[in-house]
Ligand binder design. Structure first.
Ligand code: FAD
Length: 369
């Protein structure tokens, strides 16, 4: 780091108290900034991120604009009561609407090519069908939409079709939001790792020794929150994804789920195919904040692509990567004030494309209430 005393002019520019500082420039943090600045045009708002661009989950996810498959809801029933599940579906459904109306479908590469949950085990399928009515009732209650889940067959698999689910380009989503924030006058500090937070004084200390003060502070660091706030219970979960080179006659062009949402795959522009997930195979190793690849999971996904989905011979991976999700002990994210002037919003698990903007909007309000 460059060592130099501040000039008189620099001090006047930088030694100021911001109205709001947000730590974390993922979808949640940037959405918080966007709605706060929209509602408070004269407020000084600063977003700080450790990365050259956001580096967590928002630019590294699979781009499903989804609100849950039937087996995902069934798994949720084991850990949470019905009212919480319905509330989360409501937030996801409306969160997607908010995201699309705020950023514009074209800007984020949104499309609805048809969504299915597929099954390889007849018994599991039948159990899921027993829950169709319940899940359809939840969607009706949460979002006012009818017959969302329907039994069908797809590509030779017993399946459940899912109405209103789509997909998008996460990079375009984040770029559009960033541009909107710049237009509003939100300030950004990239490559600035926050080392310490004083929640009572809304003050942050950066790794390079610089201190920043604000009237209000929002911590939107998702899985990395526990490093800054030890009493917030968020566990990391790494997710692995790959995209293939173009595949001729690709028959998986829609969006697909398998096994309680743990496996997800979809068509990507240019006849490419995306496959990710299977964290459930090595959950302890994948409970990590470190990016990287787990060969056991990668090899398993390769077999899944070849033996279950039967991709055409000779297909190849074009790009592979990992991202880090943040999990609470239930599936409900955390959004709360942790002092008079500091809020935390984190733990969006594998649902943040749908939840991130909605939660960011809510965070922009509770911090002033
Ligand atoms: C592989 C994968 C696939 C996924 N697929 C989907 C999907 O298809 N659909 C869906 O809805 N959701 C999906 N998700 C989940 C979704 O991407 C996340 O829930 C969402 O992006 C969370 O957004 P966020 O802004 O809360 O967190 P993040 O995007 O993780 O942002 C947190 C930010 O905080 C910054 N930060 C952390 N610590 C510090 C620090 N000390 N100082 C400064 N900055 C810091 C990080 O650099 C990061 O930019 C997936 C996630 C992964 C990993």
């Amino acid at each position: 780091m460059i060592q130099a005393n501040r000039s008189f002019w620099e001090s006047e520019l930088y030694d100021r108290t911001f109205d709001l500082i947000i730590v974390g420039a993922g979808l949640t943090g940037q959405s918080t900034a966007y709605f706060y600045k929209k509602n408070n045009p004269n407020a000084s708002v600063m977003v700080i991120d450790r990365g050259f661009f956001p580096i967590g989950a928002s630019t590294r996810n699979a781009g499903f604009a989804c609100f849950g498959s039937v087996t995902e809801h069934m798994a949720d029933m084991k850990i949470e009561e019905e009212s919480k599940i319905i509330d989360r579906i409501r937030r996801r459904f409306h969160g997607l609407k908010l995201l699309r109306s705020t950023l514009g479908d074209e800007n984020i590469g949104y499309r609805e090519p048809g969504a299915f949950e597929i099954f390889t085990d007849q018994k599991v399928y039948e159990k899921a069908l027993d829950h169709l009515d319940t899940c359809n009732r939840w969607l009706k209650e949460a979002a006012g939409v009818e017959e969302v889940y329907q039994a069908t067959e797809h590509n030779g698999f017993p399946s459940i079709s899912i109405k209103y689910e789509g997909c998008l380009h996460p990079g375009k989503m984040m770029r559009t939001l960033y541009e909107k924030n710049l237009k509003l006058g939100v300030e950004f500090r990239w490559q600035s790792q926050v080392e310490k937070i004083d929640k009572n004084n809304a003050y942050v200390l950066l790794e390079n020794g610089i201190e920043l003060r604000s009237n209000k502070l929002i911590v939107a660091t998702n899985s990395f929150t526990a490093k800054l706030l030890q009493d917030v219970d968020i566990k990391p979960g790494r997710g692995f994804v790959f995209v293939t080179k173009p595949i001729e006659n690709l028959r998986w062009k829609g969006t697909y789920h398998f096994y309680a949402g743990y496996y997800y795959f979809r068509g990507v522009v240019g006849n490419r195919f995306l496959l990710g997930g299977a964290r459930s195979l090595d959950i302890d190793v994948e409970t990590t904040n470190e990016f990287g690849k787990n060969d056991k999971i990668k090899n398993h996904l390769l077999s899944f692509a070849n033996e279950v989905l039967e991709l055409s011979d000779g297909w190849e991976i074009e790009t592979e990567w990992s991202g880090i999700m943040g999990f609470t002990s239930t599936k409900s994210p955390i959004l709360k004030m942790i002092s008079d002037n500091t809020a935390v919003v984190a733990g969006l698990s594998g649902m943040g494309v749908a939840l991130g903007m909605q939660l960011g909007k809510e965070a922009s309000v509770i911090v002033d209430s």
